[in-house]
Design a protein around this ligand. Sequence first.
Ligand code: CTP
Ligand code: CA
Length: 225
Amino acid sequence: EAQIRKGLPLLGKKVMVTAGPTYEAIDPVRFIGNHSSGKMGFAIAEELYQLGAEVTLIAGPTSQKNNTNIKRIDVVSAQQMLDACLHHFRKSNITVMSAAVADYTPVEVAEQKIKKKEDHFNIELKKTTDILATLGKQKADGQILVGFALETIDEENYAKEKLKKKNLDLIVLNSLNDKGAGFKTETNKITIFNKDLSKTAFETKSKTEVAKDICAEILKLINVS
Ligand code: CTP
Ligand code: CA
């Protein structure tokens, strides 16, 4: 295998990719989740592997299958994803955070299944740690950090704000507004902002093709540095 991979642009590079949703437990049988399928992140992990990288894929609950040459770490909650990311980030040359991490998690997890009683029922939630922002603070010279943004209004401004605030090298804006783009679909429509705020807009494409576009932008960053 080493022989076949000779000459690939990311040979010798360690990359970390997060993918899928997180599930935040309410009680032993219930959770708060989201519709992320994990497809985009798995496609990026595969493409980075094809470019020669040594890939660690940190995956939330998903039915996606990965190439067996990719090291996969399965996690469930935002906290577990944070722990896995903190463990692998330091040695990662390139990190792509495509997971749809829960922003809030229940303050308490009931030990037993919650019984239905009153007509109205509240669950108290607290903010999770922003994994991407945490890694952005720890980022060393030469490390590349790529984030995603999902917005429904004022998309470009919010994406650029996240790029700056989280100390990213690239942010991929996912357009949920366009037909055939977003969660659970086979296609995606993205715009990539570089940290110098230059912008590249792409057409709606299959997630495999979108992964190639994202990785091509990452390669450009490596070749200039
Ligand atoms: N992210 C993360 N940890 C969180 C929440 C988000 O690492 N607890 C990452 C996602 O993986 C993504 C990026 O932050 O790469 C942007 O996620 P998004 O939901 O668009 O933005 P938020 O910063 O969470 O802000 P909001 O949901 O309020 O728009
Ligand atoms: Ca969020």
